[in-house]
Design a protein around this ligand. Structure first.
Ligand SMILES: Cc1cc2nc3c(=O)[nH]c(=O)nc-3n(C[C@H](O)[C@H](O)[C@H](O)COP(=O)(O)O)c2cc1C
Length: 279
């Protein structure tokens, strides 16, 4: 720690921000790419400044560089430009205003429709389409692609926030985005420059011992680590004027009953309605 109280070592500073001072892991190799990853934070307020020309295409190139199951590339992305459409999508998400503010809003799609069209064009049956495994492949592909775009955006000094609330009503989201059957908007993503008042801090995560296991699963230290994390996150929330319910309390609310899913307990029916019967 330098005289100013600022941690001089960028690796230690990044790890302390990510885990809190009492849970800094013994991380080894380090470079600016890893430093960038550890600096991630979601931002929920954007200035209207447009992105440099070609940014969308750069982000999509990064996204398409992610691994993809069997090179099937079962995802697509829609860049939503129309202000009216953004407003209607924001309504689906419980009025998340950052969707309307951000200069680039991306809807990331699990997309099995290309597989279907390819099968139909080749005049072969498409009987594997409704199987859960294909849905999983498409969702995983979409998530990996999107996260590559997030990392690329952050490396350019942009900020992002995922918008899972497009799943508040996947049928309405599909209608708004003109999706064919067998395509689901898995989440949205706001991209842009942060409003000064929306600048956020790195949010601490669970101590590594809670998520990292060796050889076999071991939750024996989990309760103690969770309590430790509750304290770390409470301090973070106090410092950043955020809601004070502990992380454990929020998890408990989430898991106690289907109500904790905030209406998304109907996901199976919605998926069926947009062409994912999930066999
Ligand atoms: C799939 C996914 C969906 C999310 N959906 C929303 C959302 O609808 N609205 C929102 O404000 N944040 C959303 N988030 C952001 C998370 O709340 C955020 O990542 C988490 O609180 C950790 O904070 P951090 O990203 O700043 O580290 C989502 C994140 C993910 C990964």
């Amino acid at each position: 720690v330098a005289d100013s109280g600022v941690i001089a070592d960028p690796k230690l500073a990044a790890l302390s921000a990510r885990y809190g001072d009492i849970a800094v892991p013994e991380a080894g190799p380090w470079n600016p790419t890893i430093g960038g990853l550890l600096g991630h934070r979601s931002v929920r307020g954007y200035v209207g400044t447009p992105l440099p020309e070609g940014t969308l295409e750069t982000l999509v190139a990064a996204a398409q560089s992610a691994s993809t199951s069997s090179n099937l590339q079962t995802w697509s992305v829609i860049a939503v430009h129309d202000a009216g459409r953004k407003a209607r999508l924001a309504k689906i998400t419980g009025n998340q205003k950052h969707i309307e503010e951000c200069p680039l809003f991306l809807a990331w799609l699990a997309d099995l429709s290309r597989l279907e069209r390819t099968g139909i064009a080749a005049n072969v049956p498409v009987e594997s389409l409704p199987y859960t495994e294909n849905f999983l492949i498409a969702v995983v592909d979409a998530a990996l692609a999107a996260q590559n775009a997030v990392v690329a955006a952050e490396s350019l000094g942009l900020y992002t926030v995922y918008i899972g609330a497009l799943r508040n009503d996947p049928v309405a989201s599909a209608r708004e985005l003109g999706l064919p059957p067998h395509v689901m908007a898995v989440f949205g993503l706001c991209v842009g420059y942060a409003k000064p008042e929306a600048a956020s801090a790195v949010k601490p995560r669970l101590p590594q011992g809670a998520v990292l296991h060796h050889d076999t699963y071991d939750a024996s230290r989990e309760q103690a680590l969770r309590q430790q994390y509750d304290a770390t996150l409470a301090a973070y929330s106090r410092q950043h004027d955020m809601a004070h319910a502990s992380w454990t309390d929020r998890l408990v609310t989430r898991v106690a009953s289907p109500k904790g899913l905030n209406g998304r307990d109907r996901m199976r029916q919605w998926l069926e309605a947009i062409g994912f019967p999930l066999r």
